[in-house]
Write a protein that binds this ligand. Structure first.
Ligand SMILES: Cc1cc2nc3c(=O)[nH]c(=O)nc-3n(C[C@H](O)[C@H](O)[C@H](O)COP(=O)(O)O)c2cc1C
Length: 317
């Protein structure tokens, strides 16, 4: 079973990947949060350059993810990534954000299946790297997926990662497992599952329903419970000491990256990590108020000393 870390803009970047691997062991694969390809002839710059810098990803199997509907830029970016040693490139067809969708990118591309198929056939033919896709199953209604799945089945994809929600769902409601099952039974390429695997019990239920599952991508579940991947493979839950060590390393690594106050970055992690504790609201309140590094360290010290861990760390959306 392949376990991978979901791309999550602002959270599962190179710093998080490295610190998590150091503290809880490597996952089998990681996907970068979406990157916008540079114009043809230009290099990746800014955040994207840091994200894909091989020095930041040493020893990890990382697949860069691109968000675009410009085939020439996709193909150009794939070449740059190949030159850096990457062996696969992923296309984001799932992002539900209004501004992205309005431009017909991310899950917005699912609105125009003919255009999407022409794009996919083109990039699969011209990209020097194999192309995988991470997709939702439609924009408004899951009945859209029949047409979308048909077109995927005609493309030579390296892999299709299915997050079985539609754009309008955002992250609400229950993932539609039957759309994943349908994909498993019809696709000739490998298929991965993503969505709401928050505990070992969810994984067991998925495997019971679809024993042929070979790759599961973990997102919010792993942010709340950094030991989730180990636990799925039979390992123990994280102790409070392990969680604190992970926190401390992550904070230091963000401070180093930012070159200053990383409290704001840590608050994004706490949005998920609060549910590892018995009283998430108390954790949320303690962290929310902190602005300066000293206040933040005091708040975190109190949390780790006085708020017990929940019996089961589980993201609550
Ligand atoms: C804050 C946030 C940022 C995300 N950024 C990306 C992204 O850059 N690329 C992408 O394909 N999906 C992105 N996602 C979606 C996740 O990869 C994943 O599909 C989603 O969280 C569902 O999986 P989960 O239930 O295991 O968390 C993001 C989700 C969240 C909540």
């Amino acid at each position: 079973m392949i376990l991978s870390l979901a791309p999550m803009e602002g959270i599962t970047g190179h710093v998080f990947r490295r610190v998590h691997a150091e503290c809880f062991g490597k996952l089998d694969r990681y996907y970068t949060p979406f990157l916008t390809p540079p114009h043809v002839g230009s290099a990746f710059g800014g955040r994207a350059r840091k994200e894909i810098d091989p020095a930041h990803n040493e020893g990890l199997d990382v697949v860069p993810q691109l968000l675009t509907k410009n085939a020439d830029e996709f193909v150009w970016a794939a070449q740059l990534l190949a030159d850096m040693g990457y062996t696969e490139v992923n296309l984001n067809l799932g992002c539900p954000s209004g501004t992205v969708v309005a431009k017909g990118r991310g899950s917005g591309f699912l609105r125009t299946p003919d255009e999407l198929e022409a794009f996919l056939q083109d990039i699969c033919a011209r990209s020097c790297l194999p192309v995988s896709v991470k997709t939702r199953i439609g924009v408004v209604d899951d009945s859209e997926y029949e047409r979308i799945l048909e077109l995927y089945c005609r493309c030579p994809l390296k892999e299709l990662i299915v997050h079985p929600r539609v754009q309008k769902d955002r992250y609400q409601g229950t993932p539609r497992w039957q759309a994943y099952g349908e994909t498993l039974s019809r696709a000739s390429f490998p298929v991965a599952y993503n969505g709401d695997i928050f505990g070992v019990d969810d994984m067991e239920a998925l495997l019971k329903a679809y024993p042929e599952t070979r790759h599961v991508m973990l997102g919010r579940g792993l942010l709340t419970n950094p030991a989730l991947a180990c636990m799925v493979k039979g390992g123990p839950a994280a102790t409070v000491r392990e969680l604190q060590q992970f926190h401390d390393k992550l904070f230091c690594a963000y401070e180093e990256e930012i070159g200053g106050n990383a409290v704001f970055r840590m608050k994004e992690w706490w949005f998920y990590a609060q549910f590892a504790f018995v009283d998430p609201l108390a954790v949320h309140r303690a962290v929310r108020k902190a602005r300066k590094v000293g206040e933040y360290k005091d708040a975190v010290g109190r949390i780790f000393s006085f708020v017990p861990l929940a019996k089961v760390a589980r993201f609550q959306g």
